[in-house]
Design a protein around this ligand. Structure first.
Ligand SMILES: C[S@@+](CC[C@H](N)C(=O)[O-])C[C@H]1O[C@@H](n2cnc3c(N)ncnc32)[C@H](O)[C@@H]1O
Length: 650
């Protein structure tokens, strides 16, 4: 156990490769240096061919610095949901941001990142103001990266990375061939040369022992060892399991230990655990303990990436382009100035933005002169990106239900010089009544934030089953409204992108699958993102539309990004033919999708939601809302209400 995510915003692997890295590669960070005179060369920045990885930044960071960085980073980055949001009226929900900034907040003085593993002895990357540069000067000459030599060095490093990746694959294959299913488990001396356990044999605690442990404080080493052992046994169950003990007993113990070791409630630990094969689940939980790389997005309305990079390098910031998949992203490794308060920041030359947040906008691919709706937009990381891609043409309606949050949205819109943005504050479920006919709609939905646990550890303990039910319900309502707000007749568009910074299936595939069932005039299309895991088409007994494989999942331990999900829909025309009602029969509307599929839709033009299963929760929420307003709520109903359909605008 004990892996870390690479902190280099790694170039993603193609889909057909195994997508999580081997343990020994985790935790590496590149060291980047720019000499001021070198930066004057403009080569290599606008269309980055490849990204230089120089040295190992791990070795450069002191523990204290890493801690300071982590704390500061958490201060400037909120995630999607404050803990109490599910308990208030829907319109008053404050889901927070998904790792984008609000106002220029206390800015981080970037020095390093926290890491649970010890690395090589710390070195210091010289910056303009850093005296320690002298001692390294000889090496520096050799290692010095200039804009001019960057392309060649990057190529060499790419080749090295490719060779390492091949080695990893070979190692994995060798491990598989030798039937060593436990390659991911570091036994740390528990095994002898034959691979047999030479320490005391592992025994799963009995039910009574587990109960006993619940009231005492479990010893961390015992828990650690037990996790390793459970993973090992689950990998070779027939051979290693104790007689009479079932697989689910080992899983229960492992989940309980994960919960106590990493500090999750058991419900969430179990929910997240089941997303992955057993050893990979540990990697996921481990990656949530490590901060993601600090990244910024160049605002192309104000500057070019190479000019921004040069300006920041001149201020003592060590950075490099993020990856081939974006030509606006920069990863910041170290800075002697607060990165959220530089003159360039204040002048709107960049947005402090998690790399994962670029993805939905890349998938949306807005075209100049289009009308775009950003349905849940505060604090505006994606809105301002959309505005930039539109090159300040067309119009972006930046909506957010939380009025207070539209202040930071407006501030960002102004700071970044977006002139094509209209800020508004409606409940997203009021669209398309408020306005429709958009060329594209982005629904970056309010979510549980299970993808951004490294930024907000409170998610580990404050999410319950009920929260996921309510969120999924809201997301399903919003997605139908997003779809209905798009004009299928758009000449250039006709797309909806749905995204969350959560990794749970309830908030992602289940929502998208629901939309496909409820709106036969939409279909999933390629996101255009060149990496990311395929969305689930089956999950724990549930089967989703096979086209869900077109959606994309992003994980901290695989992509060294926040956990994220992106789906892209194409909206087609709906043709309606009213059936003549038979005597006394209800009037029905036939919806005919372009491919000729006929579907009955009783709900006609209303955006409606089939909420049988959620009815008790909704009723409770309504009761609480009334109580909060000083009104007496109606008595609780026992039997299901006659009409369980909740109108979206209700
Ligand atoms: C994930 S955050 C959006 C982050 C934003 N897209 C960005 O890139 O900066 C989700 C947002 O949804 C908003 N929200 C919550 N419920 C909503 C609703 N019913 N309608 C519209 N917005 C809602 C929250 O206030 C929150 O700002």
């Amino acid at each position: 156990m004990g892996r870390r995510a690479k902190n280099k915003q790694a170039p993603p692997e193609p889909l057909d490769k195994k997508e999580y890295s081997s343990p020994k590669k985790l935790g590496k960070r590149p060291r980047v240096k720019f000499a001021d005179d070198d930066v004057n060369s403009s080569d290599g920045w606008e269309d980055v061919q490849d990204e230089g990885v120089i040295g190992d930044l791990d070795s450069l960071l002191g523990e204290e610095d890493e801690y300071v960085f982590r704390v500061l980073w958490q201060i400037i980055h909120e995630h999607c949901i404050p803990s109490d949001m599910l308990r208030g009226p829907i319109q008053e929900f404050d889901f927070g941001s998904d790792a984008e900034e609000d106002e220029p907040e206390p800015a981080p003085l970037l020095r390093g990142r926290k890491s649970k593993q010890s690395g090589p002895a710390p070195k210091v990357v010289p910056t303009g103001s850093d005296d320690s540069s002298e001692s390294d000067s000889d090496d520096d000459e050799e290692d010095r990266i200039t804009i001019a030599n960057m392309a060649a060095r990057s190529r060499a490093l790419d080749e090295k990375a490719a060779a390492e990746a091949e080695l990893d694959i070979a190692e994995q294959q060798a491990a598989a061939a030798s039937d060593d299913e436990d390659e991911d488990v570091d036994m740390e001396g528990d095994e002898d040369a034959n691979g047999d356990i030479d320490a005391e044999p592992f025994r799963l605690p009995t039910a009574a022992e587990r109960e006993e442990e619940k009231v005492s404080v479990p010893d961390v080493h015992t828990v650690q060892r037990r996790m390793r052992e459970c993973v090992r046994v689950l990998g070779k169950f027939k051979r290693l399991a104790e007689k009479g003990r079932s697989r689910s007993e080992y899983i229960d113990q492992l989940v309980a230990d994960i919960a106590s070791y990493y500090g999750y409630n058991e419900f969430l630990a179990e929910k997240l655990f089941h997303l992955f094969p057993v050893p990979e689940a540990i990697e996921f939980f481990e990656a949530n303990e490590v901060p993601r790389p600090v990244t910024i997005r160049t605002n192309t309305l104000r500057t070019r990436r190479r000019d921004l990079a040069q300006a920041l390098v001149n201020r003592g910031v060590n950075l490099e382009p993020i990856g081939k998949w974006t030509n606006v992203g920069l990863q910041v490794f170290e800075s002697s100035v607060p990165i959220g308060a530089t003159p360039e920041y204040l002048a709107g030359h960049y947005m402090l933005q998690a790399a994962s947040s670029f993805l939905p906008v890349i998938a949306l691919a807005p075209q100049p002169n289009e009308r775009v709706l950003d349905m849940a937009s505060a604090p505006g990381g994606k809105t301002t990106h959309i505005a930039a891609l539109l090159q300040n043409t067309g119009v972006v309606f930046a909506n957010d239900a939380n009025k207070a949050r539209t202040k930071s949205l407006t501030a960002n819109v102004h700071r970044l010089g977006c002139k094509n943005v209209v800020v508004c504050s409606y409940d997203g479920r009021e669209f398309p009544k408020v306005m429709g006919g958009f060329d594209r709609v982005l629904l970056d939905a309010p979510c549980s934030g299970t993808g951004v646990i490294s930024k907000d550890a409170s998610v580990k303990i404050n999410k319950s089953e009920r929260d996921f039910t309510l969120l999924s319900h809201l997301q399903k309502q919003l997605i139908l409204c997003a779809i209905d707000s798009v004009s299928p007749e758009s000449k250039t568009g006709g797309y909806v992108v749905y995204s969350t910074c959560s990794v749970t299936v309830d908030e992602n595939e289940a929502v998208v699958d629901y939309a496909l069932r409820k709106r036969p005039n939409v279909k999933l299309v390629e996101t255009g993102l060149e990496f990311g895991r395929e969305g689930f088409t089956r999950f724990r007994g549930k089967a989703f539309n096979p086209s869900l494989s077109l959606t994309r999942r992003f994980y901290p331990h695989v992509h060294n990004m926040d956990g994220f999900y992106v789906a892209k829909f194409r909206v087609e025309k709906r043709t309606k033919a009213k059936k003549a009602p038979e005597d006394g029969a209800e009037s029905k509307v036939e919806v005919v999708a372009e491919d000729g599929t006929v579907v009955e839709d009783k709900q006609e033009e209303e955006v409606a939601f089939d909420s049988d299963e959620d009815r008790p929760y909704l009723e409770e929420a309504k009761r609480r809302r009334m109580k909060a307003k000083g009104l007496r709520p109606p008595p609780r109903t026992k039997a299901p209400a006659a009409s369980a359909t909740v109108k979206a605008s209700a």
